[in-house]
Design a protein around this ligand. Structure first.
Ligand code: MG
Ligand code: ZN
Length: 226
């Protein structure tokens, strides 16, 4: 039934435009405090939280994390154990974060103490891609055990990526994951997207991730102080 479908589309568009306006307000807040915000997206279990834990000793900036999960505060607690300020958003049944949820973390956010904010989105390769959460850059993780076909299967997500991080690279010999094919798939969707290979077990690739974050932080500071 076509009229009903078009009504549904209008409702979704209205929700998204409201979300986008709120995301712009969040970005204004970051910009006022000269904070660069990165949105981390991936399926569950790809290593977003582990990467943040590993960055805590190495990244030459102070950072804070807004965590999104359906249930539990486990990830926020893991980061607090590392001395990182983190706020857990529990989404209940919602399988993505939206700008309204992120806004709830802002009254307590330590604006004066950090230069970088990470938003760790709910583990899901589908709808987080459709909701602007007020970040400046998107990092999309895909882990080797998931298979390299996930990039082609979830194009909306990978088109949004400013950086693709392939995690669990130490397991590449055990899974059907061809690194070259993965990079090619990612660049078909987003030409020239940088791809970093990461092994959180021995820290290989972490220096490259840090270099990329530093370069984006540099670009951001330049554009924000103009
Ligand atoms: Mg996590
Ligand atoms: Zn969702």
């Amino acid at each position: 039934n076509i009229p009903q479908l078009s009504h549904k589309v209008q409702v979704i568009e209205k929700i998204l435009s409201k979300n986008n306006a709120m995301a712009d307000e969040i970005r204004d807040e970051w910009d006022k405090h000269n904070i660069t915000c990165f949105n981390l997206m991936s399926s569950p279990g790809s290593g977003k939280t582990t990467t943040l834990e590993n960055l805590s000793d190495k990244l030459p900036y102070k950072f804070a994390v807004i965590e999104g999960d359906l249930e539990t505060s486990r990830d926020a607690e893991r980061l607090r154990d590392k001395g990182i300020w983190s706020f857990q958003l529990q989404t209940g049944r919602a399988c993505h974060l939206d700008a309204g949820m992120v806004k709830k973390a802002l009254p307590e956010f330590p604006y004066e103490d950090v230069e970088i904010a990470f938003i760790e989105n709910v583990g899901n390769l589908v709808c987080p891609a459709s909701y602007d959460v007020g970040a400046h850059y998107n990092i999309v993780f895909v882990s080797v055990p998931e298979g390299d076909d996930k990039i082609e299967k979830y194009p909306v997500m990978f088109r949004k990526a400013d950086l693709v991080v392939i995690t669990k690279c130490d397991m590449v010999e055990y899974f059907d994951f061809d690194i070259d094919r993965a990079i090619e798939s990612a660049r078909k969707l987003k030409p020239d997207v940088p791809v970093i290979l990461l092994n959180n077990k021995n820290g290989e690739g972490l220096d490259k991730l840090i270099e990329w974050i530093k370069s984006k932080r540099g670009e951001y500071v330049l554009s924000n102080t103009k």
